[in-house]
Design a protein around this ligand. Structure first.
Ligand SMILES: Cc1ncc(COP(=O)(O)O)c(C=O)c1O
Length: 399
């Protein structure tokens, strides 16, 4: 192997992507052009949702969701500690209270039984919503979460940042694609370069709810609407004169709520659309790499948590659990393999500890954190590189 660094994730930019961005840059629009709606329509089709709203990044997507759902000061919302901080932070942006609930150690996903216990332990109405995360690309069984949420009148935001193209199989044996919003009220994605689809920065919210869709559109752009049917000021006021008016003038718009500038640009959307064309191919490559790792590690005593390739998994991450994780991490880095750790449990971040969270609160997550390591996985990772990684892991443990 040469001296190039093998990162845990990496974007794949082709000449077609570059051409698409150049065409956008040479067009009349840099920001709010037609490529955004095209990208939204294609993405909604890809995941199987009615609506999609493209935004600046996945964090903005989460914030727009908590705003659209009306999270307020003190509202309690449940999420997993094994996720990127943004999944929890979006609750805090609205003044809500983050309630972490532990993972299932066999899937690394929010454990529904633990959520159930949490909900049963307090009067109905105590909690407002749940944010399950399709962590690493493994789809949450949202049908089961929906049933539970309905019993307690909760909303669900699916954090599907790791899982475009992933799915779970429902009780009727139908594949339910991550983000199709058949069970969640809203779902969100990130187009950060390590994710399946790269826009530089970018994100998407998907939903089947028309009311939420219109709220998201306004909140994404300062709380402004240009939809005449939503105007509350009079036609006379809008026109600025007392006669000769019969319709709202072309310039008119109303800021009706406090929103943000969370828009994506047209050239980022051009890149997103171009990347989306290859999304299925990328997914297959990720699954093939996962399969190679799973076969290579099968029955090796120093690797834990290997259960073969999981159907519907989108393999944003390929995680193994090992003893002497720090030793392995340093050894791999010495050989230019930049594995990563996903994640340091959120409840033990100093910011969240100020609310009383402490070691011992989430035993499964904490145990998982001590051993987890994410190996390189991305569509252009060569066969040779995969086996370089596998052999280095073997040689670390076998000496
Ligand atoms: C699970 C999860 N949620 C949310 C985000 C936030 O997305 P972004 O980085 O696009 O803001 C990320 C990105 O790393 C993520 O992995």
């Amino acid at each position: 192997m040469n001296n190039t660094i093998i990162h845990y994730g990496k974007q794949n930019i082709t000449q077609k992507d570059i051409d698409a961005v150049i065409a956008a840059l040479q067009s009349d629009y840099l920001t709010q052009g037609p490529r955004i709606k095209d990208f939204e329509d294609q993405f909604a089709k890809y995941v199987g949702s009615k609506y999609a709203v493209a935004v600046a990044n996945g964090t903005a997507a989460l914030h727009l969701c908590t705003l659209a759902l009306g999270v307020e000061e003190g509202d309690k919302v449940i999420t997993t500690p094994i996720t990127f901080a943004a999944s929890a932070n979006c609750i805090r942006y609205c003044g809500g209270e983050v309630v972490f609930s532990d993972i299932d150690p066999s899937t690394y996903l929010l454990d529904i039984e633990k959520v159930k216990t949490l909900l049963e332990s307090v009067p109905k109405g105590t909690y407002k919503g749940i944010i399950p995360v399709d962590f690493a690309g493994r789809a949450v069984d949202l049908e089961a979460f929906r049933k539970l949420a309905d019993d307690y009148n909760l909303w669900i935001i699916e954090d599907a940042c790791h899982a475009p193209g992933g799915y779970f199989v429902d009780a009727n044996k139908n594949k339910q694609r991550c983000g199709n919003s058949n069970f969640a009220n809203l779902a969100i994605f990130s187009f950060h370069p390590v994710k399946h689809i790269a826009c530089g920065e970018g994100g998407m919210v998907t939903t089947n709810d028309t009311d939420l869709y219109h709220k998201l559109l306004a909140l994404r752009t300062h709380g402004i609407t240009k939809n005449e049917t939503e105007y509350s000021n009079s036609l006379e006021f809008a026109c600025g004169q007392s006669e000769h008016f019969n319709q709202y003038p072309g310039w008119y718009m109303e800021m009706q709520t406090l929103g943000f500038n969370y828009r994506i640009t047209d050239f980022q959307a051009a890149l997103g659309s171009s990347q989306l064309q290859r999304a299925n191919d990328g997914l297959e490559k990720r699954r093939a790499i996962a399969s190679n790792y799973a076969n290579a590690f099968n029955e090796l005593s120093f690797i834990k948590g290997q259960s073969g390739v999981v159907a519907g998994h989108a393999y944003h991450l390929y995680i193994i659990e090992v003893e002497d994780r720090l030793g392995l991490y340093n050894y791999l880095r010495k050989h230019n393999i930049f594995a990563q750790i996903h994640y340091i449990p959120c409840h033990l971040m100093p910011y969240y500890k100020q609310f009383g969270w402490k070691e011992g609160d989430m035993p499964n997550s904490e145990k998982y954190y001590k051993k987890c390591i994410s190996l390189p996985i991305y569509p252009t990772l060569t066969y040779e590189e995969q086996f370089f990684v596998i052999n280095k892991i073997r040689s670390f443990y076998n000496g």
